[in-house]
Design a binder for this molecule. Structure first.
Ligand code: PMP
Length: 407
């Protein structure tokens, strides 16, 4: 009976958001959740999303019928092109199958579920996550019964990539492990491999017959350029890997609550690839049907309207530059302020890390102190969402960091 159900801990990130809302101090700063904010700390509806919504509102053919099980076909087709590139050999050779999902989370879940069901090996198949990673990876994989380990990723000394640690762990993982990789703008560290490092990782994954699982939640947010941010995935595809991709439109379209995302499964080039992918698609459809029946329409319609219209697409690219550009400015400002104050430590990592987050290097003790004394909310691991900084609070934040470090 329900009496036997133990209390579960509160989700740390959503708990942090609630604590921020309760805090009455007018100076409070929210650097917790990974959602874009404008220079006035307000959520930003992308102008291109407003344009798409206007079009949808005036479309007499739209209704509230169910979408197909795999989602809106023009949305999944455009999503393939976005992530793999318009002239991808995998698309031409019909080696990709894609399903619209409940944002990136749903895509990670569908992929993990599929692998748990169909990628059985004699020994238990392990998934490997970077340490640290997006915390939800652990519970999503655990929920479908996949065991996991981590590979070292963040080097506390350099506040950059621990490439040797990553390499050694992937090398020593049992053959055929699932290697979960952040395609760009790694969450929570903001640290990505260079293209040379990606090539070495790819060669090793091939040698060890591992299965790459890409999570792409920030395409366009890292460099501001969609192709650059898609480089790692496209390189793996060029190398002929069988792999899967979980794609989120939460951040790059600002469609957080609309839950627009896509799951892609790509098979290796082979004469029977088209037949294989059809079988994979048929199984994914059954999993999808049993879990959500069919995905929600509104967010996918917005993204699809933009992705399939060259004019709107250009406007979207400009909107992405607005977001990534403001974040970059805040990185420069924050680093400069800390260096000008002579805050103990080095601060080059603030501008070297990319994407929405920065791993400041503050200890948990300092994070809790800064929350108590200065009403600045960041996750306990010292991650800050750069989008929470703006021209009105960056100085206040820099001084708060300076103070807590000197204490
Ligand atoms: N993967 C990573 C690495 C993320 O950072 C996020 C967003 N926090 C997601 C997946 C998925 O988020 P959503 O379900 O909101 O698309």
């Amino acid at each position: 009976d329900a009496n036997a159900v133990p209390q579960a801990p509160e989700d740390p990130l959503f708990g942090l958001m609630a604590a921020f809302r309760r805090d009455p101090d007018p100076k409070k700063v929210d650097l917790g959740i990974g959602a874009y904010r404008d220079d006035n700390a307000k959520p930003w509806i992308l102008p291109v999303v407003k344009l798409a919504e206007d079009r949808l509102r005036n479309d007499p053919d739209l209704n509230h019928e169910y979408l197909p099980i795999a989602g809106l076909p023009e949305f999944t087709a455009a999503s393939q092109k976005l992530v793999l590139g318009g002239d991808s050999p995998a698309i031409k050779e019909k080696r990709v199958t894609s399903l619209q999902t409940i944002s990136g989370t749903g895509a990670v879940h569908l992929g993990a579920l599929f692998l748990a069901k169909f990628y059985k090996t004699k020994t238990e198949r392990l998934a490997y996550f970077s340490a640290p990673t997006w915390a939800n990876h652990f519970q999503i994989f655990a929920n479908v019964g996949l065991a996991y380990k981590t590979y070292p990723y963040f080097d506390k000394q350099t506040k950059g990539l621990d490439f040797d640690g990553t390499f050694a762990a992937i090398r020593d993982a049992p053959e055929g492990s699932i290697i979960v990789l952040h395609a760009c703008a790694h969450n929570p560290t903001g640290v990505d491999p260079t293209q040379e490092q990606w090539k070495k990782i790819a060669a090793l994954i091939r040698e060890k017959k591992h299965f790459p699982f890409f999570d792409t939640a920030y395409q366009g947010f890292a460099s501001g350029d969609l192709a650059t941010d898609g480089w790692a995935i496209r390189y793996f595809i060029e190398q002929g890997f069988e792999l899967c991709i979980a794609q989120s439109y939460a951040k790059n379209f600002g469609l957080y609550g609309e839950r627009a995302g896509c799951f892609h499964f790509v098979t290796s080039p082979a004469s029977d690839a088209e037949v294989t992918i059809k079988r994979v698609a048929s199984q994914l459809a059954i999993l999808q049907r049993s879990e959500i029946s069919n995905p929600p329409a509104y967010g996918a319609r917005i993204a699809s309207t933009v992705l399939n219209d060259p004019e709107l697409f250009k406007e979207w690219e400009a909107n992405l530059k607005t977001m990534s550009g403001r974040i970059k400015e805040m990185r420069t400002e924050l680093r400069k302020k800390l260096e000008d104050m002579g805050t103990p430590g080095t601060w080059n990592h603030i501008t070297e890390q990319i994407g929405m987050f920065s791993f400041t290097g503050l200890s948990e003790k300092q994070v809790l102190k800064i929350r108590e004394d200065s009403h600045v909310y960041m996750t306990n691991n010292g991650r800050i969402s750069m989008a929470g900084l703006n021209t009105h609070n960056v100085d206040y934040f820099a001084k708060a960091v300076d103070k807590v470090i000197r204490e």
